[in-house]
Structures are given as C-alpha cells and as structure tokens.
Design a protein around this ligand. Structure first.
Ligand SMILES: Cc1cc2nc3c(=O)[nH]c(=O)nc-3n(C[C@H](O)[C@H](O)[C@H](O)COP(=O)(O)OP(=O)(O)OC[C@H]3O[C@@H](n4cnc5c(N)ncnc54)[C@H](O)[C@@H]3O)c2cc1C
Length: 346
C-alpha cells in the first residue's frame, strides 16, 4: 500500500514553470509541494540559455540575480548561402543552473516544500497522484495539480491523453574564435525543420542544433556536421565539451485545464513552435497559473494564456506545417518561416 498524505497544490516539475508557480503560491501563503525527478534543480542544463528582454520585468528581476553572463543586442541569421541578416534581439545570456535554482529557492524560502529525485507516475484516483521516491510509492491527495513537467509531460499524457509533437536538440559547448556580442542562428539544408545556433557565453558558446523529429535524422550526426561547418566558417575552435540535448514542444497550446489539473510551460505547449524559445513563456505561464489557482478560477487562466501566447503559437505552428514540406527550398522559404524577416510578420 502506498503511503499517503494531502497537499493543497501539487506541482509536478520544479523547472521554470513549476518553480515560478510554486513561488507565487507560497508567497501568498498556499500549501504547495514541488515534485521533481532531478537530484538538483537546474542541472543538467538542456538549453542554449538566451533570455529575451521581455522577461526582465519587476516581478521577475530577482530571478536574474547572479545568473546573467552577458547582454545581447542582435541576432545574426546566417542563410544557407552564408548571407547574413542582422535583426534586433535584446536580451541576456544566462547561466540556467543559477537562474532555475534562484526561482526554486525563492519558492522554498517562502514555504513551498519539495521532493526531489521523485518521479510522478500517474493518478490512483481523480484527486490523487502517485509518485515514486527511492523505492517508496506515495499517494498524494491534492486540491489542484499543476503539470509543469516539460515537453514530454506525463501529466498531459495521463490526464489529457495527449502527447506533444516534438523537435529534438543536441548541443555542445565550444571555444569561440573571437568573443561575440550577438547570438547567431544558422539555417542549413541538412538541419531539416530547424536551425543551428551559436550563443555566446564570454569566451565560449553554446553550439547546437534543433530539428523536426518527423524527418527522422540522427541529431548526433547533424550536430557533428554543424560543428565542422562552424569551425570551417571560422566562428568556433575545434575544441568542445559538455554534450547535452533535449526536446521542444512544437505544436503550440491546446487544452490547458481538465477539472482541477492544469498545464504550464513546455507541458502546456507554451514554447514557440518556430524559434523554440520557451523561457519567458514558462516563467510567465507558471506565475499566471498560480494567480488563478489562488483565485480558484482556472477557466480564466486558459483564456488569458491563449490571448497572450496562444495566438502567436498557433500562427507559428501553422507556418511550420505549411512550409516544412518545402525544406529543400529553404533559401526561398526562409523569409516566411523566420522571425528576422519582414515577410514572417505579414
Ligand atoms: C537544447 C535546448 C535549447 C533551448 N534554448 C532556449 C533558449 O536559448 N531560450 C529560450 O527561451 N528557450 C530555450 N529552450 C526552451 C526552454 O529551455 C524551455 O522552454 C523551458 O525550459 C521550459 O521550462 P519548463 O519549466 O516548462 O520545463 P523544464 O525546464 O523542462 O522543466 C520540467 C521539469 O519537470 C521535471 N520532470 C519531468 N517529468 C517528470 C516526472 N514524470 N516526474 C517528476 N519530475 C518530472 C524535469 O526534471 C524538469 O526539472 C531550449 C530548449 C532546448 C531543449
């Protein structure tokens, strides 16, 4: 028999969305428990670590404490022909280990409880979740459950009977030939349904690829091609460390609420289906959801989330669907599928 106990709000996932929701709830005196399968929040980093300026709001500025590595002004888009397009892209390169931990520790400081190295397994009943910690299974009765368990959300699967369409990513850290002030995004025929990136962190850079899984290409092989390519065009040294990877939901936001269970961050499909950016969306959606939980009004969360993020994500998802078939014509379709071009916004 599993051990059982009760909590008002159970948060599955202590990443950005889960910890920002837990922080807002705990700050307002709610009884909240965070469950995460990781041993330590923030590690390993599975991210290129660029945060657009949009998140630097009063409510979240403490989250950036000691996490900023360097400011960014522009994005350089390198086309398949190697032509460069420069567009404004203000923001910060951060250390995600510090950034994620900052949010989590703020939630804990305000009274949120946590169980790390603990896996959410599913539901034993309508308001009861099963989690596994070490060899013990616990049954946790909840009033609300927040699914913030990332792109391959088990909460989504178990309660909405759905899975996200995914892009797969692979990344290394490389030494830069010269320090960079901008982030670089690279389009190539061989990175099908996605792009490569070189995002600077002082003398080093996160160098990675993200691609549509439907093409069934091998991410490791594509990353190797990309590394060689970036060495050849003189951006990085042939010296690499720290291999990582991860997934991105690319189908946008659909249902966010089922009874007293709701989704935020990547679990809810808040990540942008074309750029793959999801940090601001995760923090903002977690915070927003917590406010509606406190008001006992989940329905309005869904409405506000659609208004703020849903429309842009739906548009991006449709573009993906329309243009991915023409990937062989990437040089031609690029202005319609990439945010650096005027045509994208028309
Ligand atoms: C390679 C890569 C590069 C990226 N680069 C950028 C970037 O530069 N800028 C940007 O804005 N976005 C970027 N993103 C997207 C961004 O990282 C995500 O959108 C963001 O992390 C989503 O936060 P989240 O809290 O929703 O999910 P996550 O950060 O994935 O957190 C989910 C948490 O849930 C836990 N969990 C999952 N399943 C379970 C379970 N069953 N039981 C218990 N715990 C569980 C996980 O351990 C994790 O801690 C990138 C993503 C990838 C993969």
């Amino acid at each position: 028999m599993p051990k059982s106990f009760k909590v008002d709000t159970l948060v599955i996932g202590g990443g950005l969305a889960g910890s920002s929701a837990a922080h807002e709830l705990a700050k307002n005196g709610a009884d909240v428990l965070i469950i995460d399968s990781r041993k330590e929040i923030g590690t390993p980093v599975q991210c290129a670590e660029f945060i657009p300026f949009q998140l630097m709001q009063k409510a979240f500025e403490d989250y950036f404490e000691t996490a900023i590595v360097q400011p960014i002004n522009n994005m350089i888009t390198i086309e398949p022909s190697n032509n460069k397009v420069i567009s404004t892209s203000k923001g910060f390169m951060v250390d995600r280990t510090i950034f994620d931990k900052n949010i989590f520790l703020k939630a804990i400081k305000h009274g949120a409880k946590s169980m790390l190295k603990t896996l959410f397994l599913g539901f034993s009943d309508k308001n009861k979740a099963l989690v596994k910690s070490k060899d013990e299974v616990y049954e946790i009765e909840f009033k609300y459950l927040i699914g913030a368990d990332g792109p391959r959300s088990m909460v989504m699967e178990k309660s909405f009977n759905k899975k996200h369409e995914l892009a797969v990513c692979a990344q290394i850290v490389s030494k830069l030939k010269e320090p960079l002030e901008d982030i670089i995004v690279v389009f190539r025929n061989y990175i099908r349904g996605g792009y490569g990136w070189v995002f600077p962190k002082n003398d080093y850079a996160n160098v990675g690829i993200g691609m549509d899984m439907s093409f069934k290409d091998n991410p490791k092989q594509i990353l190797e091609l990309f590394i060689k390519d970036m060495v050849n065009i003189g951006i990085i040294e042939d010296e690499h460390k720290k291999v990582s990877g991860g997934f991105l939901p690319i189908d946008g936001i659909s249902d966010l609420i089922k009874d007293n269970i709701s989704l935020s961050g990547d679990a809810g499909g808040f990540c942008h289906p074309i750029t793959g950016g999801g940090i601001p969306q995760a923090v903002i959606s977690g915070n927003m959801l917590a406010k509606y939980v406190l008001e006992d009004n989940l329905k309005d969360y869904e409405e506000e989330a659609f208004e703020i993020f849903g429309i842009a994500n739906e548009r991006a998802y449709k573009k993906r669907k329309t243009y991915m078939k023409d990937w062989n014509n990437i040089q031609y379709i690029l202005p319609y599928i990439w945010v650096a071009y005027e045509e994208y916004w028309k």
